[in-house]
Write a new protein. Sequence first.
Length: 419
Amino acid sequence: MHDFASIWEWLGFAVRWLHVITAMAWIGASFFFIALDLGLKKAPNMPAGVHGEEWQVHGGGFYHIQKYLVAPDNMPEHLIWHKWQSYTTWLSGAALLMMVYWGGAHLYLIDAAKADLSTFQAILLSAGSLTIGWLIYDFLCKSKLGNSPTALMVLLFVLLVAMAWGYNQIFTGRAALLHLGAFTATIMTANVFFIIMPNQRIVVKDLQEGRTPDPKYGKIAKLRSTHNNYLTLPVIFLMLSNHYPLAFATEYNWLIAALVFLMGVTIRHYFNTLHSTGKSVHWTWGVTGLLFVVIMWLSTAAIEHDTYEQSEARVLTPIEQVFADAAGFEEASSIIPGRCSMCHAREPFYEGIYHAPKGILLETPADIAKNARLIYLHAGASVAMPPANVTLMESAERAAIGEWYQAATKDAPFMIAGK
């Protein structure tokens, strides 16, 4: 069943598509409501309990929006709850994490040079860190620091930097930044699920039963919502970072991630101030640009990978050994370096390529065994690589790659082909 790799790839595409769509919906709703909240204005003759109002125009229609600081006297029959965008984004993201980083732990998650972990240990650390991170953050928010938003934000930043450094000590650079994004996204969705929505339900129930809602529930929810607003942009960067080796595969990747969080703060501060006061704080763009320059400078440190000699001497994992022992491996190992390693090398020599795309190296037999599935999908089952077939890979060579991969996976397609 050699097509399992293709089925797995399409399944990953479907989950990723769902993740991107729901993430856009969640982020769009978040940005809209933050801008709306900051843009509310007092007006004469507003109904009792109304904190502010705003008029908007879109799609040829005019919208008159009013915000109740606590809740209206009478609960409307039709009330829209904005929650499923957040939940579906996190669930689809968690599914992707399991499929890509847990299912392909030997390739994407475990870096034996940093920590010689078993697959089970790596997965346990991956899942456990997300849970523990939320518990620490929630504890801080519920402590006295909850009354000092600025101090709490600083402490949250320190926590995120510590996690970035910690992830980089045990996982691959790619996994470190992705997990930092998942860590942050878990906090954001947990804020919605455990804090914001329950508080809103309490307010609704009080109204339905004739009690006056306590304003503290809205205050608590607003604090968590503000955190989510400032964390959104860094999470987007972290989720896309695996496309950029200069972000994830350099010595200071954890520090780059920390500076990205600061960039998120400066950018959001600009727009939040603009929405609330109508004034532009242009200095924020100067600070953002400076932070980006520092990130570019940090990324010039040597990309993290073993040397050619270290790769040759590396002991293969059991799954890699299956591919190395399969019929056709010797022929594939003679084809791939000549067609791919001018770019996918420790020191690329193809014009305009300075670092191996996505950090994928294809110089040695060990490199090829490690990246067997990617090679098959991009150069055997499809003609995605080399781009525009610039190295003139022949159909017979692609067929040889496919035959090698099929030979390795025919006896255990589910256990191997998805790796």
